[in-house]
Ligand binder design. Structure first.
Ligand SMILES: [Zn+2]
Length: 235
C-alpha cells in the first residue's frame, strides 16, 4: 500500500497553516430542520477551533474561513453520496464545487481565492442519512480539490472529533488504528504511545484528544521527522 503517504502537500488542502476555506454543504433527501443543521455547524466551528489551537501550539498561524450551502434553504443537488451502497465516490469535491458555482474543474483555485481570499480549501459534505464517512485526499497529482463526507442520523450523530479526523486526512494524516493501512501490531503500538491520538481513536472529549508527533509531521505542523514514524508509514 503506497496510497496515503504521497498525499502530503498534494491537493487543495496541503498543510495546516495559513487561511483555509472550508465549504460546507448540508445535503438531505428528506426535509431537514434548520435548528439541527445550525447545531451541526457549531460542531464544524468546534473542530476548526480545536485545529487552530493545536496549530498555535506548534507556532503556526491557522485560520479557517467558512462558506456554507444548504443551511437556510435546501441545497439542490441530484446526488447525496452514499458509501454503503458501493465504493466511495472519488470526485465529490469537484461535483459540489460545480454545484456551488465554480465554473470548471480547473478554475477552482481562482474561484476559491476570489470568494474567500484563501490559497487552500476543502469541501465538507454533511449528509442527513446513515452512512460511513470518508475522505478523498489527492494522492498523486499535485493539485485538485479535496473533500470529505460525513453522515448524520438519529442513531449516529455527527461529532466534532470525526470532523477533525477527516479534515486531517485531507492534509495528509493517515489512519493509526487497525485498517488496511496499519497492522494490528501497529495499532497496539499506537495504543501504548498515544491512546488518545485523533487518527488512532477519536472517541474522546476534545480536551483529551491529541495530535501525535507523527500526525503533526504529516500535516505540516512540524518538520521533526522521528525514526519511529517509519513503522507506521505505508511502504
Ligand atoms: Zn480515517
Amino acid at each position: 500500500m503506497k496510497v496515503y503517504y504521497p498525499s502530503i502537500k498534494n491537493g487543495s488542502a496541503k498543510e495546516l497553516e495559513g487561511s483555509i476555506y472550508v465549504i460546507t454543504f448540508f445535503v438531505s433527501e428528506t426535509p431537514w430542520a434548520m435548528n439541527e443543521k445550525m447545531d451541526l455547524f457549531k460542531h464544524v466551528r468546534e473542530a476548526e477551533s480545536w485545529l487552530e489551537g493545536k496549530a498555535k501550539e506548534y507556532g503556526k498561524t491557522l485560520r479557517f474561513v467558512n462558506g456554507v450551502h444548504g443551511l437556510f434553504e435546501p441545497f439542490e443537488i441530484d446526488i447525496v453520496p452514499d458509501y454503503n451502497s458501493g465504493t466511495p465516490q472519488t470526485d465529490i469535491a469537484k461535483k459540489y464545487l460545480k454545484a456551488a458555482g465554480c465554473p470548471s474543474d480547473t478554475a477552482y483555485p481562482e474561484w476559491i481565492k476570489k470568494n474567500s481570499g484563501c490559497d487552500q480549501s476543502l469541501v465538507f459534505i454533511i449528509a442527513n442519512k446513515e452512512g460511513r464517512g470518508y475522505a478523498n485526499p489527492i494522492y498523486w497529482e499535485s493539485d485538485g480539490p479535496e473533500g470529505t463526507i460525513l453522515y448524520h442520523s438519529e442513531n449516529n450523530k455527527l461529532i466534532a472529533s470525526s470532523i477533525i479526523h477527516e479534515f486531517l486526512h485531507l492534509f495528509g494524516a493517515i489512519d493509526l488504528y487497525e485498517t488496511d493501512v496499519q497492522t494490528a501490531d501497529n495499532s497496539a503500538r499506537m495504543e501504548k504511545m498515544y491512546p488518545k491520538e485523533v487518527m488512532h481513536n477519536h472517541y474522546f472529549p476534545l480536551t483529551e484528544l491529541v495530535i501525535s508527533p507523527l500526525t503533526a509531521w504529516l500535516v505540516g505542523l512540524s518538520d521533526n521527522k522521528e525514526s519511529w514514524f517509519e513503522t507506521f508509514l505505508p511502504k
